[in-house]
Design a protein around this ligand. Structure first.
Ligand code: NAD
Length: 340
């Protein structure tokens, strides 16, 4: 495949392999020329080669600069550290972009079209945690440190403004908790306020405290356009936003850095429905569309989005979570049949 674009493909764990194979079929049927480099990560890699993040996988992403990834299992509390978090740190994927748009007709909300940009490497997810020993109790207290740097805040807020401009968006809402966390959240807010001057007249800048933003998202989601926020708030709010438009089965995410970008569904490995062929592939299909946009195949991405939306609107061949009874591959076939 001489003119094909190389992309690292990670099937992942649980429902990962099922939705990844459905997605690859759709992307290829839409005519995108991609040279997939299949690699392992997570539990599948641990079982196969004894390492949840094999060197071969890292080298592949270094080489291609683009990966499409199925969800990876993370053991709670103990076990290996989240491979998802480690990949973000390893490739410095500082911006996590999670778009959410109303696709399912007659849902609770219509007209939701929000892009959330979450800072992906700092804040409470910096990994700086320790226990404090008091007397004989080694675990008498625990501390998790929220680190915000001016450079880290600048690059993600700049990214959010530029993303808004590139997509013709009108407003950027910076979500924070600077009223309580005056230093760390204050630095993030101060950075956004300063940068807003560069975009005056092009992108309206708005500030919201996170608790008020969470309520406003439920009361009037259509009042939001692009949101930028710190790591933990972004993690929580992006799931809330995906709930506004039909749930995790429809929520894609992109992790973007200077050197690499990894595209994935927001949902996890769904162990309760794994290996049954009933998982909804839509979130990963939409993630693949973000990837196609990223590598310059916007037309192809547009055709896939159209076909996916038509399939969902018609409602005949959708998975159980969308009120239907179709399996993963039947859903994919229906999307492929509607590609124009
Ligand atoms: P989950 O997203 O896997 O599942 C939550 C619920 O949503 C389940 O009932 C599941 O059946 C349903 N669901 C999720 N995706 C679906 C789909 N495509 N179609 C239909 N239903 C779907 O969340 P969880 O159970 O909290 O996590 C399971 C595992 O996934 C954990 O090990 C977690 O660490 C991991 N995880 C990985 C990622 C990632 O790789 N980016 C993200 C989140 C969670």
């Amino acid at each position: 495949m001489s003119d094909a674009i190389p992309v690292t493909l990670i099937p992942g764990d649980g429902i990962g392999p099922e939705i990844v194979s459905a997605t690859v079929r759709i992307v290829e049927a839409a005519g995108a020329r991609i040279d997939w480099d299949r690699q392992l990560a997570g539990m599948a890699a641990l079982n196969a080669v004894g390492d949840p993040m094999p060197v071969a996988t890292l080298e592949s992403i270094e080489r291609t600069g683009v990966a499409l990834k199925g969800p990876l299992e993370t053991q709670l509390g103990s076990g290996y550290r989240s491979v998802n978090v480690a990949l973000r740190m390893r490739f410095d994927l500082f911006a996590n972009v999670r778009p959410a748009r109303t696709l399912v007709p007659n849902g609770r909300y219509s007209g939701v079209d929000i892009i959330l940009v979450r800072e992906n490497t700092e804040g409470l997810y910096s990994g700086v945690e320790h226990y404090v020993k008091i007397g004989n109790d080694d675990h008498a207290a625990a501390e998790s440190v929220a680190i915000i740097t001016r450079a880290g805040a600048e690059r993600v807020i700049r990214f959010a403004f530029e993303h808004a401009v590139a997509r013709g968006r009108k407003k950027l809402t910076l979500v924070h908790k600077a009223n309580i966390l005056k230093l760390s959240q204050g630095l993030f807010l101060e950075t956004g306020r300063a940068m807003a001057r560069d975009y005056a007249g092009r992108v309206q800048f708005e500030e919201r405290i996170v608790d008020a933003a969470a309520m406003q998202l439920v009361m009037a989601p259509e009042s939001f356009d692009v949101i930028v926020t710190t790591n933990l708030f972004g993690d929580i709010l992006s799931d809330e936003i995906s709930g506004l438009v039909g749930g995790l089965g429809l929520a894609p995410g992109a992790n973007i850095g200077e050197e690499a970008a990894i595209f994935e569904a927001v949902h996890g490995t769904a162990p309760d429905i794994a290996d049954q062929g009933i998982a909804n592939p839509s979130a990963l299909v939409l993630a693949a569309c973000l990837m196609l946009d990223h590598i310059g195949h916007e037309a192809c991405a547009g055709r896939i989005r159209e076909a996916l939306e038509t399939t969902i609107r018609e409602g005949q061949t959708v998975t159980r979570d969308l009120g239907g009874s179709a399996g993963t591959h039947a859903f994919a076939d229906s999307i492929i049949a509607r590609l124009t």
